[in-house]
Ligand binder design. Structure first.
Ligand code: FAD
Ligand code: UDP
Length: 371
């Protein structure tokens, strides 16, 4: 095996940015990936001429101009704006929670009328400082929205009662007293025309890459032949779970090709009642405004518990896990051979824009300061 300055474990967004920047300044890099393709969870695959988001809907959004300009170097983005629909039993609502949602729920037309209803529901179940997701949700939007649009979805997604979940999860969702169905508040938003995989392909051009290659199966040889490792897999697995396993949430994706032009009229439809076993159905062609092709592809997303060996899609950032992660982080700080990055390496619920910011921070610290 050749000698490398950096071994990069994982070809997701974090690992690929690091490899791209390191290669640019002349560092020899090897990227290894245990899946049979590059890209990590942003991977898209062209099937029936539709770019399928193989690991769930990915919508890029950021308010950081530098981040937006950075990602636009690797692909051109379209004007997609995420406006999911929520189905609760046989009722249809707009997300995020906004005047369209309030009008459908209560028949109110003005922000004042909506505020009055929400405030009275908040008052009824008053809690001073919300300690869990249920209290946080009710104190933001009141009981009706919590019961119809949050409670069932969240319990399915996380496999726990809302009273046992940290409040921060729900703070991601905007609440607006305007008729605006945009799921994000960010200045920039879109989907790369032609899918996400090209971004990673462009980053890894001219870099040695091995897929179907698991770090743990080749550890000794790899360690010997690199100066340093950037590890974007699970930090607890790297240290052989020596303090115990962190908790994750997994998912199952079920793709279906249909002989239909248009199945659900929207890219993302959430199913918010507990009885429906999936959380959402994605119809991929709507991410790129395709109304012409004769077929469509949908994906049902089922939440799933995680056990060692399953795909760890979400870290569960409650107090217990965060404390355990801090122990692994401390261990890594005493280790000069390896740095950790990304959703699994840093054990944080990062969106893509934050992954870019974190990867560039890591690049500055690791590569620029040693130049
Ligand atoms: P990953 O993409 O997980 O990459 C890590 C890579 O390391 C993987 O390819 C893995 O196979 C590889 N690996 C792990 N261990 C080993 C090993 N031992 N040997 C070799 N390779 C290994 N973000 C948004 O901004 N907008 C969205 O709409 C959005 N939607 C999402 C929907 C879902 C269902 C999920 C799960 C995430 C979503 N995200 C979204 C988040 C986004 O996917 C992440 O921010 C991003 O993909 C993280 O990149 P990463 O490189 O840190 O990790
Ligand atoms: N959520 C909800 N109802 C919905 C959509 C989201 O209650 O229809 C809650 C749920 O707890 C979820 C959180 O909001 O985990 C964050 O949702 P988001 O869509 O940002 O999650 P992701 O895309 O990361 O799965």
């Amino acid at each position: 095996m050749k000698k490398y300055d950096y071994l990069i474990v994982g070809s997701g967004l974090f690992g690929s940015i690091f490899a791209y920047e390191a290669n640019k300044i002349g560092k020899k890099c090897l990227v290894i990936e245990k899946r049979d393709h590059i890209g990590g969870n942003i991977y898209t695959e062209k099937i029936e001429d539709i770019n399928v988001h193989k690991y769930g809907a990915h919508i890029f959004h950021t308010s950081n101009k530098e981040t937006w300009e950075y990602i636009n170097k690797f692909a051109e983005f379209n004007r997609y704006t995420n406006s999911p629909i929520a189905i609760y039993k046989d009722e249809v609502y707009n997300l995020p929670f906004n005047m369209n949602t309030f009008n459908k729920l209560w028949g109110v037309k003005t922000p004042m009328e909506a505020k009055e209803i929400i405030d009275s529901q908040i008052e009824e179940s008053k809690t001073n400082s919300p300690k869990n997701l249920e209290e946080q949700a009710i104190s933001l939007v009141g009981k009706d929205i919590y019961e119809k649009l949050i409670k069932g979805y969240t319990q399915k997604q996380w496999g726990k009662a809302c009273t046992e979940l940290p409040a921060f999860i729900i703070k991601r969702l905007p609440v607006r007293f305007t008729y605006d169905n945009n799921y994000f508040n960010d200045l920039y938003q879109g989907i790369p025309i032609g899918g996400y995989t090209q971004i990673i392909e462009n980053m890894l051009e001219n870099i040695d890459v091995k897929v179907n290659y698991d770090f743990f199966e080749h550890k000794d040889e790899l360690m010997e032949n690199c100066e340093k490792i950037l590890f974007t897999g699970m930090i607890d697995e790297y240290y052989n779970y020596c303090y115990g396993s962190l908790e994750y949430r997994s998912l199952k994706f079920e793709d279906e090709i249909l002989d239909l032009k248009n199945y659900q009229g929207n890219a993302v439809v959430n199913y918010t009642d507990y009885e429906v076993p999936y959380t959402r159905i994605i119809e991929h062609k709507h991410f790129e405004f395709d109304t012409q092709s004769s077929k469509t592809i949908i994906t049902r997303e089922y939440p799933k518990g995680w056990n060692i060996g399953d795909e760890p899609y979400y870290p569960i950032n409650d107090e217990k896990n965060n404390l355990l992660y801090n122990k692994y982080k401390k261990l890594s700080e005493e280790d000069n051979k390896v740095i950790f990055g990304g959703r699994l390496g840093q054990y944080k619920y990062f969106d893509m824009n934050i992954v870019i910011e974190e990867a560039l921070k890591c690049v500055n610290k690791e590569l620029k300061s040693n130049e």
